[in-house]
Design a protein around this ligand. Structure first.
Ligand code: ADP
Length: 409
């Protein structure tokens, strides 16, 4: 009896051992897979670590690269934090404004160099304009610095984010350039003015001679004198353009605005042109039946410039079409030609002072690159707009808008 009981106990003990054995085996298996998992996680961590190291190296490289650029650039550069304290300044800044590193970095921009940067125009840029726009280009600031005297500077600023908000401020000293520009403008002004009197006198004498020779019936000499006359007219036009540019630059272009009949003006200009031009028909279409407000002779000058160009730059065409219409708020004038056209990348630049395109077919068309600049300045001073729609080889349409009612304040 006892023997039987012992046997049973042994058997159950045996079974327990067996099942424990099985459990141990499965635990062993689990441990084995865990080990494998750990090994692969470890490998992954190693690659992640390697990648992090690479990224870190790249970041350091990028930072060194940015710093090298900032240090090397010859224009003074400042990096400010959002409270307008200087984080970094480059060598050009220290040299130009004769300040040292110690008293610059970490300081509030308006406190730099005994408050020499506390300039109202700069405050306006940093406190009012930049927060709204994020970027600002070519903001002109004039200031007398105690250490370096009177300076005209061009400021470019933009916000960027790195450890919070930062402002990059690039400062270009344009004092010398401005002074040359002023001298050049002054020279052009005086020279054009001085040239005007002799040419007017020459023209008057040529006209007297023309009359006399006309009466005596000498056709060949009349023809030659006609040429002198028209060349004198060309010279007068160039001189007038140069004088206009000078007035525009000095803010002294005088416009006498009042209500006038644009339909009648366009008609008159077309008739005047048709009188001297026999290569192209100048066709006028449309009517606005309303008076516009502006400077009549200024708008006449714009029309004359656009029609002259339309003829000049379409030697193979035989017409120029003028259209006047209104969109209720503006008079709209379109001058369309069927000539060379203007490449896309030139279409904005042709309104710049002295800009002429470099296409071959226009090489032998003479000009100074001033007509469109003057025209666009005249239209701007009417609160209007002048632009071009064109495709190379398919002609151009110059369009200007002129508000019907006075926009002057
Ligand atoms: P200019 O004709 O004296 O060169 P403008 O200021 O009137 O000066 O014109 C600037 C440039 O724009 C010209 O040199 C020419 O290349 C281009 N342009 C102006 N009008 C036309 C036009 N109707 N068709 C093609 N190109 C034109």
């Amino acid at each position: 009896m006892q023997q039987e009981a012992t046997n049973e106990e042994l058997q159950s003990a045996n079974e327990e051992i067996l099942s424990s054995n099985e459990e141990l085996q499965s635990i062993n298996e689990e441990l084995e897979t865990s080990k494998e998992e750990l090994e692969s996680t470890n490998e992954e961590l190693l690659t992640v670590n390697e990648e992090l190291q690479n990224r870190n190296a790249e970041l350091t490289e990028a930072r060194d690269y940015a710093q090298a650029i900032i240090r090397t650039v010859r224009s003074p550069l400042l990096i400010l934090d959002k409270d307008l304290r200087v984080k970094t300044a480059n060598r050009a800044f220290f040299q130009t404004f004769q300040v040292d590193e110690k008293n610059t970095e970490g300081n509030f921009i308006y406190d730099l160099g005994k408050g020499q940067w506390d300039i109202p125009a700069l405050r306006k840029l940093l406190n009012e304009i930049l927060p709204k726009n994020n970027v600002f280009d070519n903001y002109e600031v004039e200031h007398v610095f105690p250490s370096i005297g009177h300076k005209i500077m061009l400021l470019n600023a933009r916000k960027f984010y790195k450890d919070g908000e930062n402002i990059l401020l690039a400062i270009e000293d344009i004092t010398e350039r401005k002074s040359y520009e002023n001298q050049k403008d002054e020279f052009i002004g005086i020279a054009s003015h001085e040239l005007k009197t002799p040419i007017t006198t020459m023209k008057a004498f040529a006209q007297i001679l023309q009359k006399r020779l006309g009466q005596s019936g000498d056709k060949k000499d009349v023809y030659l004198l006609n040429n002198i006359n028209s060349q004198a007219d060309r010279l007068t036009n160039i001189i007038n353009d140069l004088l206009d540019v000078n007035k525009i630059e000095a803010g002294k272009l005088e416009l006498h605005k009042k209500k006038f009949d644009l339909d009648a003006l366009v008609k008159k200009v077309v008739v005047d042109f048709q009188y001297t031009v026999d290569t192209h028909s100048i066709i006028k279409a449309g009517k606005i039946n309303e008076l516009v407000y502006g400077d009549e002779s200024g708008i006449e000058q714009v029309l004359a410039n656009l029609i002259t160009n339309a003829i000049k730059y379409s030697p193979k065409a035989d017409k120029v079409v003028l259209n006047i219409l209104t969109d209720k708020r503006n008079a709209i004038v379109r001058v369309q030609d069927f000539g060379f056209g203007i490449a896309k990348n030139d279409q904005e630049r042709i309104f710049e002072r002295f800009y002429r395109t470099s296409d071959k077919e226009k090489n032998n068309v003479s000009g100074f690159g001033l007509g469109l600049y003057i025209s666009s300045e005249i239209i701007k001073r009417h609160h209007g707009k002048l632009w071009v729609e064109s495709m190379t080889g398919e002609g151009s349409t110059f369009i200007f808008l002129l508000p019907l009612k006075s926009q002057d304040k």
